[in-house]
Ligand binder design. Structure first.
Ligand code: NAD
Length: 493
């Protein structure tokens, strides 16, 4: 079932299209077509997994858990370092594959690739540095010994919008912590996950430690796995709707859950901001990945004193964005699917009905593939029309506000709490504003934040837990407390 990509005209090497279970590439039950969103052509057929395959993967992950969790940290780290080295050799094929199946411009795929490699390295570096502790109990006579132990077999469910980064950020932490894994790719972008899994296989991860499942029907698989008490962890990135369903399912067996969910990023430009910088960063923050990012600027909130200036320069830059096939040197690629593109007509109707004025764009682009024009909609003042709704599209909304208080109130008017942004030249103001933003992450004078050293995650409906940073690995570890009786020369106290 392997796809000879060269034969399919990609000019790339072969990509595995099976499921990877217990160290073997296997066929599934039927197949899933992977479509290039830039032209609608079918790129490959990958194996479709069912609960039967999920059970085989869990069996394998459970069998492998004990040995993997007990392997010397240095040995685990060595495997991860080897994976990092091999990954760096495969930048071209991975980046091109990401562009082909997700549509994002090749420059963005390369940036995602390099960031993902850096995340893998970050986790590899942490494996041998996990600390326990040893303390005297408050009553004396006993010692409190605390060790870190892997949570156990983990299900990692990932979305299509960052097909490599989301997998590496989860699998890197899980593997470093000593957990065995079942990686569930998004059905739109399974090939990137397959390329990453192949790297782990090639460098010698023991069988069962890494399992990979693609499926066109996710719910039965997660239902099955979360009801099996042998699964100890689910780490999910995706919509708040599905995250909430998984939390409910996980409640039955009290499964350890980490959730990276939706966002409604307010991007605030205060009256003393460097407007050129704010415009440049707003373009990246909004139009990267055609706006299909959880941390994208959803609401651009601009103090009226600089709103005219900001809007004029922003719209000029949006009009200059080039849109097309991500393999060509373009700024913006397609939406992931026809359905995602077509829903934007309803979105725009909602925005204009609520008083928004379309300053540029507003239509699908008539060519093969799922393209939509980079669009700007301006509102005269704060408007709750998209508070709580992710646009997830190349549509920017601008809201004029009067002063810091109105900006802050409107920014916080959301059920979400993932990424937020503030632009000001005054550091004291930036810190005071940032502290009052009810979001897990605040970009100060920058529109991009993901970094291996940073705890990525949100508050409120944006999720539970953090990925990466110094604490991300602890999402896959549990503390084991051992009470140690001590006495005088072996006589218990
Ligand atoms: P989605 O929730 O539909 O899908 C995400 C993943 O869950 C996919 O693998 C999908 O196949 C799977 N899935 C769908 N239904 C499921 C079910 N019932 N049970 C188990 N798995 C299921 O989200 P999407 O549309 O693919 O991705 C976009 C969403 O992801 C946006 O809301 C975005 O904000 C969010 N996201 C969040 C982060 C973050 O780190 N917070 C990062 C990227 C994307």
């Amino acid at each position: 079932m392997d796809l000879q990509a060269g034969a399919a005209g990609w000019g790339l090497a072969a990509v595995r299209t099976g499921l990877f279970i217990d160290g073997e590439w296997q066929s599934g039950d039927g197949s899933i077509s992977v479509v290039n969103p830039a032209d609608g052509a079918v790129l490959a057929e990958v194996a479709n997994g069912t609960p039967h395959h999920a059970r085989l993967a869990l069996d394998a992950a459970v069998r492998a858990q004990e040995a993997w969790g007990r392997m010397a940290p240095r040995a685990r780290a060595n495997l991860m370092h080897a994976a990092h080295r091999l990954m760096l050799e495969r930048e071209d094929i991975i980046a091109r594959t990401m562009t082909l199946e997700s549509g994002k411009p090749l420059t963005e795929s390369r940036a995602e690739f390099l960031l993902s490699a850096d995340f893998l390295l970050w986790f590899a570096e942490q494996v041998a540095h996990l600390h326990g502790s040893y303390a005297t109990s408050s009553q004396g006579g006993c010692r409190v010994v605390v060790a870190q132990q892997p949570v156990g077999p983990s299900l990692l469910i990932t979305p299509w919008n960052f097909p490599l980064l989301m997998i590496v950020r989860k699998a890197g932490a899980a593997l470093a912590a000593g957990c065995t894994t079942i990686i569930k790719t998004a059905q739109e972008t399974p090939l990137t996950g397959a390329l990453f899994t192949e790297i782990l296989e090639e460098v010698g991860f023991p069988r069962g430690v890494v399992n990979l499942i693609h499926t066109n029907s996710s719910a039965p698989i997660s239902d099955f796995l979360l009801r099996d008490p042998r699964l100890r962890k689910v780490s999910f990135t995706g919509s708040t709707r599905v995250g909430s369903q998984l939390l409910a399912l996980g409640a039955e067996n009290i499964v350890n859950c980490s959730m990276e969910l939706g966002g409604d990023g307010p991007f605030v430009v205060l009256d003393d901001a460097d407007v050129d910088l704010a415009v440049e960063q707003a373009i990246i923050c909004k139009f990267r990945n055609a706006g299909q990012a959880c941390v994208a600027a959803n609401r651009i909130i601009v103090d009226r004193k600089v709103e005219g200036d900001f809007t004029e320069r922003f719209v000029a830059k949006v009009k200059a964005l080039t849109v097309g096939n991500g393999l060509d040197p373009v700024d913006v690629g397609p939406m992931i699917s026809a359905r995602q593109r077509d829903r934007l007509y309803d979105t725009l109707a909602d925005l204009t009905r609520a008083g928004g004025e379309v300053l540029t764009g507003g239509r699908a682009i008539q060519r093969p593939g799922f393209f939509f024009e980079p669009t700007v909609v301006r509102f005269d003042g704060p408007n709750a029309v998209i508070c709580n709704n992710e646009l997830f599209a190349p549509i920017a909304t601008i809201f004029g506000v009067d002063g810091v208080d109105e900006a802050l109130d409107f920014a916080n008017n959301s059920r979400y709490g993932l990424a937020s942004y503030v632009f000001t030249r005054d550091l004291t103001r930036a810190v005071a504003f940032g502290e009052r933003l009810e979001f897990g992450m605040v970009g100060i004078n920058r529109g991009i934040m993901a970094d291996p050293a940073a705890p990525f995650g949100g508050t409120k409906a944006s999720g539970i837990g953090r990925e990466a940073g110094h604490h991300g690995i602890y999402e896959f570890l549990e503390q084991k407390y051992m009470a140690l009786t001590v006495g005088d020369l072996g006589v218990p106290a």
